[in-house]
Design a protein around this ligand. Structure first.
Ligand code: SF4
Ligand code: SF4
Length: 248
């Protein structure tokens, strides 16, 4: 934005610099850029007050006041150029600032042709303030959202890690349980096989005993049968001999 006001020269500024003491002069973005181009850093000469960018004071005077004179006079802010003319929002009108040492010496009517351009300038300042405040608010919201996200993510991440650790533990326990179960199964199987083997061996033993007993019994029976047959043969022989003797 270009300077919208003609150069204003305070006829009392040779001996007065009251408006440069404890100043609350508000700067436009263009004012700031111009001063930055002189080599000053924003944090050196600016303060933010309620969204407005104002000149910084040192020892109760404007940072640019040196030897009772403005050290950036050619590049001084727009507000300094039209002071003591100010726009009073309370009465929605232009006034000569009553803080000016020569308040009563200025005739407001002389400045009337400047009212419209000054009003444009003032509304431009308000617009810049609104933009700045919105930007600050958006940044604050962004930071708040990030912090909230982090705050939310932190316990979530912890919870997820805990769940993952728990899961690993459970998987390890399951693996262990499977291995133990397998071992147990093998042991049980071995035990069952051994028991079955023992039963089979006992059965074989019983069978062998039975067979042995049957053999003994069979041998006895054969012996009895042999003796019986032998006795019958002898008996028959006797009877045959007796029959032959009878025939003779
Ligand atoms: S910039 Fe210059 S004119 Fe404006 S308040 Fe500071 S010293 Fe005064
Ligand atoms: S205070 Fe008023 S009289 Fe003094 S320099 Fe500033 S504008 Fe001029």
């Amino acid at each position: 934005m270009k300077n919208i006001l003609p150069e204003f020269y305070c006829p009392y500024s040779i001996e007065c610099y009251q408006c440069c003491l404890d100043t609350e002069m508000t700067l436009s973005e263009e004012d700031i850029s111009k001063i930055e181009l002189l080599g000053y850093k924003i944090e050196e000469f600016l303060e933010e007050k309620d969204g407005f960018m104002t000149l910084r004071n040192i020892d109760n005077h404007c940072i640019f006041l040196k030897n009772k004179m403005c050290s950036i006079y050619e590049n001084r802010p727009q507000g300094c150029r039209f002071y003591p003319l100010i726009y009073d929002f309370n009465i929605d009108d232009f006034v000569i600032d009553n803080l000016c040492n020569h308040h009563d010496d200025f005739d407001l009517e002389i400045y009337r042709p400047l009212f419209d351009p000054v009003q444009v300038f003032v509304y431009n300042l308000l617009g810049e303030r609104e933009t700045r405040m919105r930007r600050t608010m958006e940044e604050d919201i962004k930071v708040e959202v990030e912090e909230s996200k982090e705050a939310l993510e932190d316990p979530l991440t912890k919870e997820i890690k805990k769940i993952e650790r728990d899961k690993e533990k459970i998987e390890s326990l399951i693996e262990q349980a499977i291995l133990e179960t397998q071992d147990e199964n093998v042991e049980n199987l071995e035990e069952a096989l051994k028991s079955e083997m023992r039963e089979i061996e006992e059965e074989i033993e019983e069978l062998e005993k039975g067979i042995q007993a049957d053999l003994v019994s069979a041998e006895k029976h054969i012996k009895i049968t042999e003796e019986s047959i032998k006795s019958e043969i002898e008996d028959l022989e006797k009877r045959r001999k007796n029959a032959e003797e009878d025939d003779n």
